[in-house]
Structures are given as C-alpha cells and as structure tokens.
Design a protein around this ligand. Sequence first.
Ligand code: SF4
Length: 171
Amino acid sequence: MGLGAEAIFGDSVVTTKLDKAVNWARSYSMWPMVFGTACCGIEFMSVAAARYDLSRFGAEVVRFSPRQADLMIVAGTISFKQAPVLKKIYDQMCEPKWVISMGACACSGGFYDNYTTVQGIDTIIPVDEYIAGCPPRPEAVLDAIMRIQEKSQDESIIKDRLKNFKGYLDA
Ligand code: SF4
C-alpha cells in the first residue's frame, strides 16, 4: 500500500518536481526570435509553414519580440556592422535562453571569407546548437530544436545557468 498523496488520491493525481513541470512546459512552448538576414531566413519560413509545421514542436510563436523570446535562431550571414545589433537583441532576451546558429554563414561565415563578414556568430554570442548546410534542410532545423528541448529539461528555476562566454563585443 502506498503512502502520501498517492495512497489517498490513487491514479487521479500525478506528483512531480517543480523543475520538471516548469521545464516540461517551457520546452514545448519555445518562442523563437529569428534573426534572419539572408537565404537561411527564407528556409526558416518553410520550417514554420504547413509542410514541416513547426507548431508540432510548440515553437511556432515567432513574434520578433526579444523580451518575450527564449530561443534565438540566427539564420543568415552576419556582417560586422550587424554584430552589435545581434548582441543587443540577444542581451534583451530573458534567461533562460538558447541560441541556434542556422547554416554555414551563421556558423562560420560560409563562403564569405572577407573583411565584412563575421566568421561565426559564436565570436559574438554563445551558441547552443549549430546546424550545418547551405541552406540546412528543414529536418535539420527541427532536429536542432528537439536538441534544445532536451537541453532545457536540465534547467532549474533556483539555479542560474553557468555562462563563461566572452565574445568580441564583451568588455
Ligand atoms: S548558409 Fe547558404 S543559404 Fe544560408 S544564408 Fe548562407 S548562403 Fe544563404
């Protein structure tokens, strides 16, 4: 015979930890902030549209509102002129937050190996998941979102996320 709430309520209640409940809700209701600057931004649109249907993963609320977003998706080439804007938007997002670097340009500058292009956004902001490809397939984007969902299951509401990141624009 069980003890505690289960003994009284049987199968009609489920007990869990607060962290588990918050992480479960958070991971299946991500709000992406898409920083789309080039063709990868168009590719992201196909991920959100009917065929690949991002809403199946609870992440279709794309509102371009950094203070409400918790998942930044950088989709496209980032120039040095845009880098401070990217960082400012990232800084405006509340914790906990995650970043996906989508496509060769965001991950490494792609074939734009020149003086105007940032050679990887991880020199500016911390990146949680990288997606290879030029452009990446929609399935790869969905895969990265699922990996972020897995990572978000390990968060705790009473602990800050450890971040030792220092990029070019950090003082
Ligand atoms: S990775 Fe390819 S598809 Fe994506 S922004 Fe760069 S050039 Fe365009």
